[in-house]
Design a protein around this ligand. Structure first.
Ligand code: PSU
Ligand code: MN
Length: 304
């Protein structure tokens, strides 16, 4: 495995000394946001994690290696290049063997973070059960990966491009605890509301860290989803974004979009339809997640 893993020296040193490290994904950079906001956000998020006293490790596949911790030049490349693959779990062997540049999804990022020994991972939104999954069977590999791999995820909940209720059901089936930070309702990325109660909630980063430790000490493998509502002043009302999501979903259907193209298509169209409004919200919530993730990672390192 070491042949395929390239851990940045700073990250390796932190892991060796049991210091808190926070993993970050790269699909969000290459396929989730436009340039140059994507690169600026990636850097800002890394800085927030550092300010809290943890070490950031952005993950991607470059030159046949699973890279854990990227330099400035690599971040810039992932933000600008047009030929970067969106790499989920099934794509990893092909992309590694052929030395293709790959931006990792939640599933692939978790797996690589786990190989490196990182326990906490911050993103914007995870993939899940799509709205018409009864017909398409489109269920993100993010979910199945969450049942296997011992890396906790901080996200702003689940976007309503997905069926939020079915996604929560599926996480229950897979034995993944879902904890919403500071409120009882599960959030839906742009909005603090979703219409779904969160299975668990907590006001304390310390308590969340202790739940992670208990889960893995009990040898219950898999992730914990920590849902962090977008800051109030930056949220887009649930009913307001819903009509726009519906429009994007209709367009995807008409254009015959399917498989791995679905999520990037929807994200891009929603950003266009909302005229950049959603991008500002997206950036704010990721920063907010980085803050929470760093705090959880710091407590977890203390008790581990
Ligand atoms: N949902 C978002 N933003 C994202 C993604 C999902 O709100 O950037 C990205 C993540 O990288 C996630 C991936 O892992 O899309 C899921 O893709 P799919 O649905 O094809 O599994
Ligand atoms: Mn899919």
């Amino acid at each position: 495995m070491n042949n395929y893993l390239n851990i940045h020296p700073e990250v390796a040193e932190a892991l060796k000394n049991n210091q808190p490290v926070v993993a970050l994904e790269s699909t969000i950079i290459s396929h989730g946001m436009p340039y140059p906001q994507n690169v600026a956000t990636a850097r800002a998020v890394e800085n927030i994690i550092r300010e809290q006293g943890a070490i950031p490790a952005t993950i991607a596949i470059l030159d046949g290696k699973c890279c854990v911790g990227l330099n400035d030049e690599q971040l810039e490349y992932l933000g600008q290049a047009k030929d970067v693959w969106k790499v989920s779990l099934r794509d990893m062997p092909y992309v590694v063997a052929n030395k293709i540049a790959g931006a990792t999804t939640v599933a692939a990022t978790m797996r690589i973070a786990s190989m490196a020994g990182i326990k906490v991972f911050v993103t914007g939104g995870i993939g899940g059960v799509h709205r018409d999954a009864q017909q398409t069977m489109d269920i993100s590999a993010d979910l199945t990966e969450m049942s296997n791999t011992n890396v906790a995820i901080v996200s702003a909940g689940v976007k309503s491009i997905l069926d939020i209720g079915l996604t929560l059901e599926y996480l229950e089936t897979l034995g993944v605890p879902v904890i919403t930070f500071s409120q009882k309702e599960f959030p839906s990325f742009y909005s603090r509301e979703s219409g779904h109660a969160s299975p668990l909630s907590s006001d304390s980063e310390q308590e969340i860290a202790s739940i992670l430790k208990a889960k893995w000490d009990l040898q219950i493998n898999g992730s914990v989803l920590i849902a962090n509502p977008v800051p109030k002043e930056m949220e887009i009302a649930f009913h307001e974004i819903e009509s726009k999501i519906q429009q994007a979903l209709n367009e995807a259907k008409l254009a015959g979009i399917s498989g791995k193209e679905t999520t990037p298509f929807l994200l891009k169209r929603i950003a266009e339809i909302t005229g950049g409004n959603s991008l500002a919200t997206n950036i704010a919530l990721i920063k907010n997640n980085a803050l929470l993730g760093a705090k959880v990672a710091i407590y977890l390192a203390k008790i581990s």
